[in-house]
Design a protein around this ligand. Structure first.
Ligand code: HC1
Ligand code: SF4
Length: 574
């Protein structure tokens, strides 16, 4: 421990602390811009400058270590002036179209400029030209908004282990871009959108598909069915000022009905269906000497990561389509048939916490006889925008229920798909009962829960040891695969989610400022919301979902049947 004085307050902190951390502990707020806890701590923007007694220059508090007896001042005229000119410098070469920017009112640069009292820019610099890359289905990059903070660079490189974005060129020509300034559509980007959630400004955003949805809603000839992913309910409320981790399932359903969707279903139904298909596939592989470990296939960012970086594991991937795609395929077959609607006149819209889902829905394989499973994918953020555009008073909405017919039932197992370890836990709940031939009271598998990057467990089922692993964030997935490759681990089943925390922290979820991320473990708070819903539901195992049983009886036959394969399974590209 060391003791230092910040703004005349004495504070004792661990000796590996930075001044920024020490100030936080003392309740002193230092502004930051490029800083992103645990991800980008590089002192590049020089907004967090402070005066350290005895030092000649001002110091970047996010990287400057504390020392015994140190005296720090965070709010002198010299500090304020320096912070202000540094932000003015950034603003002088920033495309300040705030009014029409996706991050208007939610921009960390805008906020800091406001807090520092910047009301005019004293000099106009040469401007970086506007180059907009909107070639991919998922992500749009706008160079003229980039402030070179490096947050996206480091999340992609270090958290995801990928490194699509990097600094290119030098001096005024410095840019953050893929190598050779290629389009994001032409590089092995997995579209996880973690770079978007790291970006403090509007330089990275999702492809906006809102108008496509308004168009189909306005067209009386189109039957529009919407599905909502498990994780959306855990975060949508944040866009309307609710605390992180507030569950808003009922209000979200009410809002979707007001927006005019013909049917509102929960992707959780298809998550249950996935467990039936994937659980059966796993049992088959274990019993018949099939390829092991089997690896989950619901996270499209992870699928791209595997295709690009670990093609030798493609046969290990479950052949199951993701719940989003299964839901679409079932709506355009079973649901269409039962309701006597031509599938060509159905439009399936998904609300997803994910940017990669937009690309997944457009993959060549994701159709049945030429009919796309899913037509349009919106992120949680885009849904919030639609609700605001429609002037719906979200906070005043009474809770409503999903449509109940045919595809309306869902279980706790489906809900927890949205958090890391959830797919594994849901699968174990079902596989355990199939193997043991009896029903279990305790359905909670604590070993696969929590925010640790790699989790492992061994469960004894039907007298057999089943070894499982759970990884979230693709850098962690790579670690697990490397261990398997080296023969150090022999798992039966691995769950991988591309985003750290699982879908609750997907690239399409509401933005959380770097400041809030210093205080709140967003992953854990949003996860709590889903575990809470799981506990509230009476049915918590996928194979007990009544409408899933009915779907098999009336339409699919058995899990992994010929028809199930035709509709619900896929293949991968090396
Ligand atoms: Fe997910 Fe999934 S859990 S991938 O994170 O398997 O996006 O929420 O919808 O498809 O169900 C995302 C979430 C989601 C699928 C399911
Ligand atoms: Fe990297 Fe993911 Fe962003 Fe692509 S979407 S650049 S993989 S962080």
């Amino acid at each position: 421990k060391v003791t230092l004085t910040i703004d005349n307050i004495k504070v004792e902190v661990p000796k590996d602390y930075t001044i920024l951390q020490a100030a936080k502990l003392a309740g002193i707020d230092i502004p930051t811009l490029c800083y992103l806890k645990d991800i980008n701590e590089i002192g590049a923007c020089r907004v967090c400058l402070v005066e350290v007694e005895g030092a000649r220059a001002l110091q970047a508090s996010c990287v400057h270590p504390v020392a015994e007896g140190m005296v720090v001042k965070t709010n002198t005229k010299k500090v304020r002036d320096a912070r202000k000119s540094n932000v003015e410098l950034i603003l002088s070469n920033h495309n300040r179209e705030c009014l029409t920017c996706v991050r208007n009112k939610n921009c960390e640069l805008q906020n800091i400029a406001d807090e520092l009292g910047i009301s005019e820019i004293p000099f106009e610099g040469e401007k970086t030209e506007t180059v907009i890359d909107d070639q991919s289905y998922s992500i749009v990059r706008d160079q003229s908004k980039c402030i070179l903070c490096g947050r996206c660079v480091n999340v992609c490189k270090n958290v995801q282990g990928i490194g699509i974005l990097d600094f290119v060129n030098r001096g005024f020509e410095t840019r953050v871009a893929p190598a050779f300034e290629k389009s994001m559509a032409d590089v092995p980007c997995i579209y996880c959108g973690q770079c978007i959630t790291a970006c403090p400004v509007g330089a990275l955003k999702e492809k906006d598909d809102i108008d496509k949805v308004w168009d189909v809603l306005d067209n009386p000839d189109v039957h529009v069915v919407v599905q909502t992913a498990p994780a959306v309910r855990a975060a949508l409320g944040e866009e309307f000022g609710l605390p992180i981790g507030t569950r808003v399932t009922g209000k979200m359903v009410a809002a979707l009905k007001r927006l005019g969707f013909d049917k509102v279903y929960d992707t959780d139904f298809a998550a249950d269906l996935t467990i039936m298909e994937e659980g059966t596939e796993l049992l088959g592989r274990i019993q018949n000497g099939g390829k092991l470990p089997m690896i989950t296939s619901c996270s499209p960012g992870w699928i791209r990561f595997c295709e690009f970086n670990y093609p030798e594991f493609l046969d290990n991937l479950s052949t199951c389509k993701s719940p989003q795609q299964m839901m679409g395929a079932i709506i355009k077959s079973y649901y269409a048939q039962k309701n006597d609607i031509d599938p060509k006149n159905i439009c399936v819209v998904s609300i997803m916490p994910c940017t990669s889902k937009k690309t997944e829905s457009q993959r060549n394989e994701m159709n049945v006889n030429g009919i796309r499973d899913v037509d349009i994918v919106l992120t949680t953020r885009e849904l919030a925008k639609m609700i605001k555009q429609a002037r719906i008073k979200f906070l005043e909405l009474e809770d409503e229920k999903y449509d109940q017919d045919l595809l309306g039932d869902y279980t706790g197992a489906g809900v927890i798909f949205g958090v890391t370890g959830g797919v594994m836990e849901a699968a174990l709940r079902t596989v355990a009962e199939v193997l043991e031939g009896k029903s279990f009271e305790n359905v909670e598998y604590e070993a696969v829960r929590g925010v640790e990057g790699v989790k492992e467990a061994t469960v004894v089922l039907g007298g057999k040891e089943i070894k499982v692993a759970v990884a979230h964030g693709t850098a962690n997935a790579a670690k697990v695969l490397d261990m398997v490759k080296a023969g150090e681990k022999d798992y039966h089943f691995i769950e991988v989610m591309a985003c750290p925390g699982g879908c609750v922290c997907g690239g399409g979820q509401p933005h959380v400022s770097a400041k809030t991320k210093m205080d709140i473990d967003v992953k854990a708070e949003r996860a709590k919301a889903l575990y809470e819903e799981d506990e509230l539901l009476t049915i918590r195992k996928s194979h007990e979902n009544p409408q899933i049983k009915k779907l098999y009886e009336d339409f699919l036959g058995k899990p992994n049947s010929h028809k199930a394969h035709e509709l619900l399974h896929t293949h991968y590209a090396a």
